[in-house]
Design a binder for this molecule. Sequence first.
Ligand SMILES: Nc1ncnc2c1ncn2[C@@H]1O[C@H](COP(=O)(O)OP(=O)(O)OP(=O)(O)O)[C@@H](O)[C@H]1O
Ligand SMILES: [Mg+2]
Length: 214
Amino acid sequence: MIITIGSTKGGVGKSSLTVNLAAELARQEVRCVIVDADPTATSETWGRDRGERSPECPHVTVTPLRGAIRNTLMDLEEAYGTVLVDVGGHDSQEFRQAGVTSDLLIIPATTSQPDLDSLEKVSGLLEDFKTFNPQLNVRGVFNRIENWSDGRLKEARAYVSGDFPEIPFYDAVLHDRKAYQDVMRVGKGVIEWTDYKAKAEFQVLVKEIVDGQA
Ligand SMILES: Nc1ncnc2c1ncn2[C@@H]1O[C@H](COP(=O)(O)OP(=O)(O)OP(=O)(O)O)[C@@H](O)[C@H]1O
Ligand SMILES: [Mg+2]
């Protein structure tokens, strides 16, 4: 299975979701590889830090790939079973090639209006992806929800389901938590950290993702 974590918006949590997903799959002993298709190399750096600073954690292979990545993604799927592709926050060759090759595209977004407005651009790309890849499952996930902002989350859900029905959002959400930032420095996932709320909410999301592909 090839899962792309993508958006045309920067800083919405694509890399964070990618590496945390990989850490949870590794804990479940699901074979997987991360493809870092963003020159910013956030996932690649996480993978290096994991090897150096958290050698007690299960190994996660992170492969940098840029440009025409489609054939290599299919080879990696054969070799590893599950491929997680972290793309840069803009329309790119890597995002387009991943979009036409993936089984699932997960689009993280905060509930801020600029993030929600940016879904318009992703939505345009989806039409292209689906022309070549009609099987593509597309889902959104709300990230960095602040604890006090339940009303805002409700509004955001209503907005996306009305304006972007082609991007159904997962019920599970990720809150704004320091743990998501702390773990990056040591190459861990929140499921390997001390914030049990972060761990629990992340595992709920992963279950919804996995069940959605079953
Ligand atoms: N749920 C969260 N709670 C707190 N901080 C978060 C959360 N998710 C992401 N962050 C932080 O937000 C910043 C941006 O996240 P991340 O790098 O994952 O986004 P991105 O979409 O990959 O960005 P880019 O487009 O630059 O690749 C990082 O500092 C990350 O640690
Ligand atoms: Mg990133």
